[in-house]
Design a binder for this molecule. Structure first.
Ligand SMILES: Cc1cc2nc3c(=O)[nH]c(=O)nc-3n(C[C@H](O)[C@H](O)[C@H](O)COP(=O)(O)OP(=O)(O)OC[C@H]3O[C@@H](n4cnc5c(N)ncnc54)[C@H](O)[C@@H]3O)c2cc1C
Length: 326
C-alpha cells in the first residue's frame, strides 16, 4: 500500500488525509496538541474563545453537502448574530445576517468537526516536522531534534504557505510558486467577563480603525458566559508584529474602548494571541500543487483564498487528483 505523510491537521490536512485513507496508508503529523489549526478555540475556566476563524460561509455544492450531515448531527450550527458596521467609532448600519446567506460555526467549538474527522485518522500531535530529505527513493521526515519520524512514498504539506515553503525540499517543481504567496498577521484579544456587557450587536465589522472585528463570542451556539473577541486589522498586525504582547494588549484595549465608547477593561479573563500567518493575500492561480515526478503535493486555504471553505475545496480537489495516481 502506498504510504503518505500529511503535514498539518488543520481542515485541509484532515480532509485530504480522510479521502486518501481509503486507498493508502496515511499518517498525519501535527505540531499542536490538537487538530483544527487556525480554526481554534481556547477554553479557559468559564469561557470559550474562537480566537482564529470566526465563522464560515458555504457557497459551493461540495462544501454544502459536506456540511449537511454535520449540521444534522450538531457539530456545525448556524450563527445569526445581530450585525453592526462601524466606521471608526460611528455606527453606520445594523442588520441581522440573512437567511439567504447563512453563516456557520463549529459547535461547541470552532474545530469540533475537524476533531471528528481526525478521530478516523492516524494522527500524531505535538510533533513538528522540521525537515524532509530524499533517501533511497523515499521521503524521510525529521523532527526538531533531528529524530527520524518515518519514510514515505508521498508527502503532502498543508501548513500556511510560508511554513510550507520553508519545509519543501529543493527541486520540487512548485516550490518557487509557493514562495510568492504572502500571508498576513493578525492579533486576537480574548476578553471574558463575569457580568454581560449590554451591546446592541453580536458581531461587528469595523472600518477605518486598527481593529477590524468585534464579536460577542458567547452569542454563538453552545458557548457559555459572556465573552468578547476582538481582532486587529492585518495591516496593524503587520506593522507591529514584533511588539511585546503586553503592549499589543494595551493598544487593543484602547482601540476597542474608543470604538465602543465604553471601558471594556473590566474583564476577569484577558489574553492576546499573535497570529503570524492568519490570511493570505495574492492567492495562487491553482487550487492545489502537485509534483507527480517527485511525489510531493500541497494544499490549504492559501492556494485559493484565506477562508475555511477554500481550505476544504483545496484539499478535496487535491485528493481527487491524487486518487488517480495511487
Ligand atoms: C485570526 C483569524 C481569523 C480568521 N477568520 C476567518 C473567518 O472568519 N472565516 C473564515 O472562513 N476563515 C477565517 N480565517 C481563516 C481560516 O482559519 C483558514 O482559512 C483555515 O482554518 C485554514 O485551514 P488549513 O487547514 O488550510 O490551514 P491551518 O488551519 O493553518 O492548518 C495547518 C496546520 O499545520 C500545522 N503545522 C504547521 N507547520 C507544521 C509542521 N512543521 N509540522 C507539523 N504541523 C505543522 C499547524 O499547526 C496547523 O494545525 C481566519 C484565520 C485567522 C488566523
Amino acid at each position: 500500500m502506498t504510504e503518505i505523510a500529511v503535514i498539518g491537521a488543520g481542515l485541509a490536512g484532515c480532509v485530504v488525509a480522510n479521502d486518501l485513507s481509503k486507498t493508502a496508508s496515511v499518517k498525519v503529523y501535527e505540531k499542536s496538541s490538537r487538530p483544527g489549526g487556525r480554526m481554534a478555540t481556547r477554553v479557559v475556566s468559564r469561557h470559550q474563545f474562537d480566537h482564529g476563524a470566526q465563522f464560515f460561509d458555504a457557497t459551493s455544492p461540495d462544501f454544502k453537502s459536506f456540511l449537511k450531515p454535520l449540521l444534522e448531527n450538531g457539530c456545525v450550527a448556524r450563527w445569526d448574530p445581530r450585525f453592526a458596521e462601524f466606521d471608526g467609532p460611528k455606527l453606520i448600519r445594523q442588520t441581522r445576517w440573512s437567511d439567504s446567506h447563512p453563516h456557520y460555526v463549529g459547535k461547541p467549538t470552532m474545530s469540533s468537526f475537524v476533531d471528528k474527522l481526525s478521530k478516523n485518522l492516524d494522527c500524531v500531535f505535538e510533533i513538528k516536522v522540521a525537515s524532509i530529505e530524499r533517501q533511497d527513493e523515499r521521503w524521510v521526515l525529521y523532527d526538531t531534534e533531528a529524530r527520524r519520524l518515518g519514510d514515505y512514498d508521498w508527502i503532502i504539506l498543508t501548513a500556511p504557505a510560508e511554513q510550507t515553503y520553508q519545509l519543501l525540499p529543493n527541486g520540487v517543481d512548485f516550490k518557487s510558486r509557493v514562495g510568492l504567496v504572502k500571508m498576513l498577521g493578525c492579533y486576537s484579544l480574548l476578553l471574558g467577563y463575569r457580568d454581560a456587557i449590554n451591546l446592541t450587536f453580536d458581531a461587528a465589522s469595523v472600518k477605518n480603525a486598527n481593529i477590524s472585528w468585534i464579536s460577542v463570542n458567547s452569542s454563538k451556539p453552545d458557548r457559555k458566559n459572556f465573552s468578547l473577541l476582538v481582532q486587529s486589522t492585518n495591516r496593524w498586525a503587520e506593522q507591529n508584529m514584533n511588539m511585546d504582547l503586553d503592549e499589543v494588549q494595551e493598544k487593543l484595549f484602547k482601540f476597542t474602548s474608543e470604538i465602543l465608547c465604553l471601558n471594556i477593561n473590566t474583564a476577569d479573563y484577558v489574553e492576546t494571541k499573535r497570529w503570524r500567518f492568519a490570511n493570505s493575500i495574492r492567492p495562487t492561480d491553482q487550487s492545489f500543487f502537485l509534483d507527480r515526478s517527485n511525489q510531493v503535493a500541497s494544499c490549504g486555504d492559501w492556494c485559493i483564498k484565506g477562508r475555511i471553505e477554500a481550505a476544504f475545496l483545496s484539499a478535496k480537489r487535491l485528493a481527487v487528483e491524487l486518487l488517480k495516481e495511487l
